[in-house]
Design a protein around this ligand. Structure first.
Ligand code: TRP
Length: 328
């Protein structure tokens, strides 16, 4: 059987450079590989963190629009919303019953998120990895393109698949993460991973003016206080972004100019902005086209849910048989 690739992303609203480079670009590229590719906007996972119900629909549709604008092709890769396929929660329940309690308490994301929202440590936050395992196993996916922060979640998914298989007979492949070559994308603060919750992002829809403004105040090598101080590109986040967005010649020019203190950080950042703006332009154009035709986005999600559900139903039929659940 050819590979089934599955991945999910939370409807956080607009995509930013970190999501794009860390995962979504990989999703887009993988579409050219043979096999089946299924992509999901995981709105049920988003319920585990504080959120505003009035915003949910907009966030979901915006994420879908961004994913299509980035090049997810719904004709080749079903794109759908998790809550539209109820089998995700059904399988999650079954998988809860093979998941050791202690394993979930050790998850670093559970601990981090619990610390961040101490007044909302809900059970969904605890069983989040089980729902994620259900997302993947429902499609019997073997490859999961994700950012490096998801490696531990994928380990749980594999354990859960193994536990189910051992108890009820082989059904699920053990899914493996497919990581991008792109290193972790650090935010404009030069410290934390680029993330909406930290507020250190450049979103894909950002205007040229805002890209330039945000980059102009981004943190660089702290030892380079004055223009005449030589800088160290190897510890500078702006330089690592150059390696992604600028030509090899420009990267060499920046390195020489920074270490030799012949160019200032502002010059360096303005060159980076040129590269970022150029990379975002085609995505923004496609986004504007989609915004003018919202039906196209909604149709894609509806078709995607239908295609996904056909597979999900097959899996759940097998799961129920294995479990000996009686159907009259
Ligand atoms: N936990 C993932 C994240 O925060 C999102 C996710 C949910 C996911 N279900 C998934 C990713 C299934 C891959 C496969 O990025």
């Amino acid at each position: 059987m050819s590979d089934i690739i599955f991945s999910g992303i939370q409807p956080s609203g607009e995509l930013h450079l970190g999501n794009w480079l860390g995962a979504v670009q990989n999703w887009v590229r993988l579409q050219d590989r043979p096999g089946k590719h299924i992509y999901c906007i995981v709105d049920l996972h988003a319920l585990t963190q504080d959120f505003d119900p009035a915003e949910m629909k907009r966030r979901t549709l915006e994420m879908a629009t961004d994913l299509l604008a980035c090049g997810i092709d719904p004709a080749r890769s079903p794109l759908f919303v998790q809550s539209h396929v109820a089998e995700h929660t059904e399988l999650a329940w079954v998988l809860n019953t093979v998941t050791p309690f202690g394993d979930l308490g050790r998850m670093t994301q559970f601990k981090d998120k619990s610390a961040r929202q101490a007044d909302n440590i809900n059970t969904g936050l605890f069983t989040y990895p089980v729902l994620q395992a259900a997302d993947i196993l429902l499609y019997r996916a073997s490859q999961v393109p994700v950012g490096a922060d998801q490696v531990q979640h994928l380990e749980r998914s594999r354990d859960i698949a193994r536990k189910f298989n051992a108890r009820y007979g082989d059904l699920f492949p053990e899914p493996k993460p497919l990581l991008t070559q792109t290193p972790k994308i650090v935010g404009l603060d030069g410290e934390a991973k680029m993330s909406k919750s930290v507020g250190n992002t450049i979103t894909l829809g950002e205007s040229e003016e805002v890209v330039r403004k945000k980059l102009s105040v981004a943190v660089t090598d702290p030892a380079r206080k004055r223009r005449t101080d030589p800088g160290n590109p190897d510890i500078c986040n702006i330089h690592s972004l150059h390696t992604i967005f600028s030509s090899a010649e420009r990267v060499a020019e920046v390195r020489a100019g920074c270490t030799g203190a012949t160019i200032g950080c502002l010059q360096c950042k303005s060159w980076l902005a040129d590269g970022v703006v150029a990379a975002l332009r085609p995505i923004q154009e496609r986004r504007r086209e989609l915004e003018a035709r919202p039906d196209e986005v909604q149709d894609a999600l509806r078709d995607g849910a239908r295609a996904a559900q056909a597979i999900a139903r097959e899996t759940m039929t097998m799961v129920r048989e294995r479990l000996g659940l009686w159907r009259g």
